[in-house]
Structures are given as structure tokens and as C-alpha cells.
Ligand binder design. Sequence first.
Ligand code: AMP
Ligand code: MN
Ligand code: MN
Length: 322
Amino acid sequence: MTMKNIAEVLESVKTVGIGGHIRPDGDCVGSCMALYLYIRTYFPDIDVNVYLDHPKPIFGHIECIDEIKTEADDRVFDLFITCDVSARDRLALAGELFEKAKKTVCIDHHVSNQGFADINHVQGDISSCCEVLYGILDPEKVTLPIATAIYTGMVHDTGVFQYSSTSPETMRIAGELMKTGIPFSRIIDESFYQKTYIQNQVMGRVLAESILLQNGTCIIGYLRRRDMDFYGVEGSDLDGIVSQLRLTKGVEVAMFIYETETQTFKVSLRSNGKVDVSKVAVFFGGGGHTRAAGCDLHGSMYDVINNITAEIERQLAEEEDA
Ligand code: AMP
Ligand code: MN
Ligand code: MN
């Protein structure tokens, strides 16, 4: 079931909770905050609250970002809305709030989303959750702060309007958002491209040590915990590495793995089109999109690399047979 306008689910609702996925990215923070700002502005009688894991400082330009609750409480909301969450178990700290809420809505764009709420507004072919959300807002009510949040999410999930998921409609909406006067150059530079010196050093090291497999069609980058500790970086410092790996000439699939805890790895997959990496990720209990997906795996680094590359190889072979 989908919605025409978010107002449909806000009727006679007094309290709303909003939540996103673990390790919230730009689309997740952008969509949650845009919805939060919209409800706060146009439904002043509703008590609205947004719950997210600590958002990165690069999202500091989004208005009211410091109003995000980074710890769950025991409230029972009339309505709980998830944004950019592909499955119930990705809901991070808001999991229990979602369970307890009287009614639930899921707004999302992941192809792997099976629908886990009472109302599931899921459009798997749309480039970002922010774009999906824009479709159910009144366009004339999208103010500069709301537009800034939406634009940030669109920029992040389309790789600055470059991934194949970017559509004419994506560009039309981006144009509408620009009309509100958003600082689009700054948003792109400061939240997407800019890296710290250390982040660049780490990216350089991962690229230097990357391995090419399967006749150069698959590239793998990795980072062990001890190396992350050496540089003093966290997972959130590693954004952009897998995208850079994907840009290697001849590569069909790029994979980047890093150790979140001893023998536990976060896997990021990117495809140039031949392989549906969401299938690979789902096979290992993760999810995502055709060209960008991920999963979390346990075991030695070599096991993780071997298992995933075997599955990629299988999919590449299937593709060649087809
Ligand atoms: P990432 O590589 O973390 O940037 O993730 C790429 C895409 O895959 C995002 O859309 C995520 O929502 C999705 N994804 C990443 N990790 C997981 C996971 N463990 N489970 C489900 N989806 C994931
Ligand atoms: Mn996301
Ligand atoms: Mn997204």
C-alpha cells in the first residue's frame, strides 16, 4: 500500500516517532530530518521526535540536527515512521519504539525491502528515500531547510546525480529544491567530497593494497582493525573508498571490507551493472540495491573474501550464460 500524501497518515495523530537505519548515511539523515522539519512546521500540534545513531558532523548543515535523539526511550507513539530502512532488523536504536508504536509506516527505496510496517510506501526504482519522500510532500511547502535536507540525501544516494538510478524526475526535483535557494555547491563539497587528511591517507593505502581478481573484473579493498587503530579511523571515515575502487577500468564489481570487531566484517559492494550485488548481499543476510549493497560477515578476512568472491563469480558466470 502506498500513500499520495504524508498528511493521510498524520490525521488525528498526536505523537510521531521517526527512525532510520544503523550507521545513518546522507539519505537516511536527510529523509528523517526533512520529514521531522516538515511535520514540525506544518503540523505544530503533533509532538514529533527523531531517533538516529550519532549522525556524522558532515550533516551539521541540516537544520535542527542537534534535536536528534541518539538514545531510545520507552515512549509509545501513535505513529512511528521509518525512512531509508530496508528491513526491520536494520532499525538501530529505534527498534523497540517501532514495535511498541500503535501504527507504523515505512518510507523507503530498497529493492530488497519486503515491507515490515502497517503501511509500506516503498519505491524500489527510485534513487533515494529523500526523492520518495518528496513525492508525498506538498511541493509548495518544501522550505529552504527541508529542501536542504532532501537535497543532501539525493546527492549522497546518487553520487552527486551520477549513478544510473538518477532519473529525469530526480533532476526535476533537484531543480525545484534549488529554487528555494539552497547552498548546493557547499552541500556537495562539504558533505560529500571533502575528506580529512587522514581519510585520504587511508583511502590511498586501501587502493595501494587492493587486489584484482577474476581477470580484472573484481576488485577488493580491505582494512584490518589494527590498521584502523593505527590511523585512528572508524567505519564512518571510510566512505567513498568503495566508490573509488569501482572506478577502476575493467572492473564489474568492487568490494570493500573492514573489520568492525575482531573477525566481524562490514562488506560494501558496488557494481557497474553486470552483477546485481543486492542478490549477493541478500545471499549473505544483507541487502541493498542492484548497484550498491552490503552485508555483515563473521570469520577470518580470507573466509569473508573467498565466500563473497565465489558468489560474485557465480553471478558473473550466470550473466555470461544468459
Ligand atoms: P554501504 O556499502 O554501507 O554504503 O551500503 C550500500 C547499500 O546497501 C545501502 O543502501 C545499505 O542500505 C545497504 N546495506 C549495507 N549493509 C547492509 C546490511 N548489513 N543489511 C542490509 N542492507 C545493507
Ligand atoms: Mn541509506
Ligand atoms: Mn537510501
